[in-house]
Design a protein around this ligand. Structure first.
Ligand SMILES: Cc1ncc(C[n+]2csc(CCOP(=O)(O)OP(=O)(O)O)c2C)c(N)n1
Ligand code: SF4
Ligand SMILES: [Mg+2]
Length: 345
């Protein structure tokens, strides 16, 4: 049922997957971030999104280098460390027709960038926001970040004593409208989640555990491939049916929740955990805290509200990109300026 295609042939707008590729990666072989770049480009290819409509944003870190490795034909802005949210906000306020994706790291979003991150989550800016979460500052040689779990160790044996920031719990509590957690090694779950995030109108925050093979893949790490294989606790089996595939499939509403997204696509969540309701914010946060206490990594769609108005809708910003508006529409008429000048005399 509606499995991602990524066949070598053209997609629905006549482009091949090669046309969604980016530059050759300079990240370490085996880095989780590389797998996420692949899933991202496949998701846009499968949905037939024109690369020229996409704007990629990032901050600083190995993760923030990732946008260079997918969709070279898209717009791209590699911002300052932790300041990507304000750059993306400005770009979308100036041009509402862009389809935005931000790629950040746990350091970029939860350490230096936490001040910007929290405001992005409460604004519900329409963008996909991926945190490639490896628990360390990979680019600067593997210091603990703010998402490192207490008791986890560095390769040197140093122990983290501070509590971890759970970006998903924080985003849900702050009002984000699509929040999911996945693992770079779970191709099926991550692909469905990314495609749904692209179809969602609002901030879709995906925290993807993405092991750093060079600095944080040892015993004692809770962000390693081995730890995730042992402790990944999926909430649902996800499937995504794009709006252009008009397929009706029977399902049992007792065991499956179907969410209709902004563009008519459907996200189907087959419950693996009885009673989990992805529209209940308080329960979602409580369940994340419970999982953390048990040392489990809860994955899947944690929370979704497909109807809340996004930031640009609330502000009622102009449809046309600001750069295309004629001067007469962006400047106050001279009579208005004269009146202001007169009032200042
Ligand atoms: C203002 C500023 N402070 C510190 C740095 C140094 N620095 C570069 S990347 C980074 C952390 C990156 O960590 P993360 O976002 O988790 O990305 P990763 O490399 O782990 O993917 C730091 C502290 C910087 N570039 N700019
Ligand atoms: S140092 Fe870590 S995060 Fe950076 S590219 Fe290498 S494996 Fe990836
Ligand atoms: Mg990191």
């Amino acid at each position: 049922m509606a499995a991602p295609t990524t066949a070598p042939g053209p997609n629905r707008i006549g482009l091949t997957v090669v046309e969604y590729r980016g530059g050759k990666t300079t990240l370490c072989a085996g880095c989780g971030h590389n797998a996420i770049s692949e899933r991202i480009l496949e998701a846009y290819f499968d949905l037939g999104v024109p690369p020229e409509r996409v704007a990629k944003f990032s901050g600083i870190g190995c993760s923030s280098k990732s946008p260079a490795y997918f969709m070279s034909r898209s717009h791209s802005f590699n911002a300052v460390h932790g300041r990507m949210p304000s750059v993306a906000t400005g770009a979308l306020l100036a041009n509402k027709s862009l389809l935005a994706i931000g790629v950040s790291g746990d350091g970029d979003s939860a350490s230096i960038g936490i001040g910007q991150f929290v405001h992005l989550m409460r604004r519900n800016l329409p963008m996909v926001y991926v945190i490639e979460n490896n628990g360390v500052y990979g680019l600067t040689k593997g210091q603990f970040s703010a998402t490192a779990d207490p008791g986890s160790t560095l390769k040197t044996g140093a122990v983290n004593h501070l509590p971890a920031i759970d970006t998903c719990a924080l985003a849900i509590q702050l009002g984000a409208t699509f929040v999911g957690r996945s693992f770079s090694g779970d191709k099926k779950q991550l692909s469905a989640m990314l495609r749904a995030a692209i179809a969602h109108r609002g901030t879709a925050m995906l925290d993807v555990v993405s092991p750093c093979v060079t600095f944080n893949d040892h015993q004692g790490s809770t962000k390693s491939y081995a730890y995730l294989k042992e402790h990944d606790e999926p909430l649902q089996e996800l499937s995504f049916i794009p709006a252009f595939e008009d397929i009706a499939v029977e399902y049992d509403p007792g065991s499956t929740v179907e969410v209709t997204l902004h563009d008519g696509s459907r996200l189907r969540l087959k419950k693996l955990e009885e009673g989990y309701d992805p529209s209940d914010r308080a329960r979602a946060v409580a369940r994340l805290l419970e999982a953390a206490r048990e040392g489990d990594v809860l994955t899947g769609v944690l929370f979704v509200d497909p109807v809340a108005p996004d930031f640009l809708a609330r502000l009622d910003t102009v449809e046309a990109p600001l750069a295309t508006l004629p001067e007469g529409r962006v400047r106050p008429p001279s009579a208005a300026l004269d009146a202001i000048n007169e009032s200042l005399r």
